[in-house]
Design a protein around this ligand. Structure first.
Ligand SMILES: Nc1nc2c(ncn2[C@@H]2O[C@H](COP(=O)(O)OP(=O)(O)O)[C@@H](O)[C@H]2O)c(=O)[nH]1
Ligand SMILES: [Mg+2]
Ligand SMILES: [Zn+2]
Length: 325
């Protein structure tokens, strides 16, 4: 039996990089990659998932012929990032597994930042305690006033422990700092389409030569160039898992308590709510989270996205119950 890491999944075939489990992260060449299929059923305890194997999974496989194999076993995942499947809303779709960190690429302009989107993304990584770096790309397009906004945004997220790094994939600002952060790590990279994710990967490693959307497509209306998650090795010693551009994130899979517990600064403050971990920080008496928002200690922008998501989750749950009656 051989062991390897899944570097690409196209539905029925998987590309596997042969490795030993704790092998150092290195650059690889394509001719070592094995193509494999799955044998048997793989399930994630208690969850319906659309894809049984994710990029980043460590698997055991048997070679059947030169370069072709059969996957027999998935090693336990250290963590995973999953979203609600865009097509089947009652199933989860695994974006990647076994990541050291996640990078969320956003832009303030071209396309405009959707504030709530950052918080929605964090709701996917927080349950698994995955560190997140928020990359604000396209800063070359910002005007004087926009930098105040950028500063405010950075302060807001850094205060609660997420790193924020302003960059420009086209003029190279911040790229060296980013390389330091990626070195020796396996990183999921994600973002709404048009934010410059592919441009950024090419800036990190020109040889990747990933297709970049023409400028007119920056609103995300153009065709999607990345349809499957794929791992790339970067020559300075990093593995990047590139994922398809995300349009929207919904959370049918969550209960209100999942939302409230995964806004990390709310969770900390809730120790002093009268109802503690049961407080939804809405109309409850003696709510420490609402006090903290009042005093400016907790951001009202985060609170707004929280209320929005909570409402969606509750409406969904209500609908589910209604259907069952
Ligand atoms: N001005 C500027 N344009 C950028 C930057 N990064 C990407 N773009 C442009 O934004 C558009 C979308 O880029 P692309 O990499 O395809 O975005 P993706 O959908 O996130 O992969 C392209 O026209 C890029 O040239 C940047 O840092 N500055
Ligand atoms: Mg792209
Ligand atoms: Zn409360």
């Amino acid at each position: 039996m051989n062991t390897g890491i899944v570097i690409k999944s196209t539905g029925s075939w998987y590309k596997i990089l042969p490795v030993s489990e704790n092998q150092k992260i290195e650059h690889w060449s394509d001719d070592v990659v094995v193509e494999a299929r799955i044998k048997g059923k793989f399930r994630l305890a208690g969850l319906s998932i659309t894809n049984p194997i994710a990029v980043g999974d460590v698997v055991d496989y048997e070679l059947e012929q030169e370069g072709k194999g059969m996957i027999k076993h998935i090693h336990p995942r250290k963590n995973y990032v999953a979203r609600q499947s865009p097509r089947k809303k009652h199933e989860l779709h695994l974006l990647a597994s076994n990541v050291d960190q996640a990078v969320l690429v956003v832009s303030l302009k071209f396309p405009d930042l959707k504030l709530g989107f950052i918080d929605r993304f964090l709701l996917m990584t927080e349950p698994q305690d995955i560190p997140v770096i928020i990359l604000v790309n396209k800063i070359d397009l910002l005007e004087e006033d926009d930098f105040d906004w950028l500063g405010g945004l950075a302060m807001m997220y850094e205060k609660i422990g997420y790193k924020v790094l302003p960059i420009s994939a086209t003029n190279g600002d911040g790229i060296d700092t980013l390389k330091e952060l990626l070195k020796d790590k396996q990183t999921l990279i994600s973002g709404q389409s048009g934010v410059g994710k592919s441009t950024l990967l090419n800036a990190l490693e020109p040889e990747l030569d990933i297709k970049v959307a023409p400028i007119s497509d920056y609103m995300g209306k153009g065709q999607h160039t990345t349809t499957f998650a794929e791992m790339h090795s970067l020559s300075f010693g990093a593995r990047i898992i590139d994922t398809p551009g995300i349009k929207t994130l919904s959370f049918n899979n969550l209960e209100p308590q999942d939302v409230v517990h995964n806004y990390r600064e709310f969770f900390i403050a809730s120790a002093n709510c009268k109802f503690g971990g049961n407080c939804l920080h809405r109309n409850e008496p003696k709510c420490a989270v609402k006090d903290a928002i009042e005093s400016g200690e907790i951001s009202d922008i985060r609170y707004a996205s929280y209320l929005q998501i909570l409402e969606e989750v509750e409406a969904q749950n209500h609908w589910e119950r209604h259907k069952k009656m």
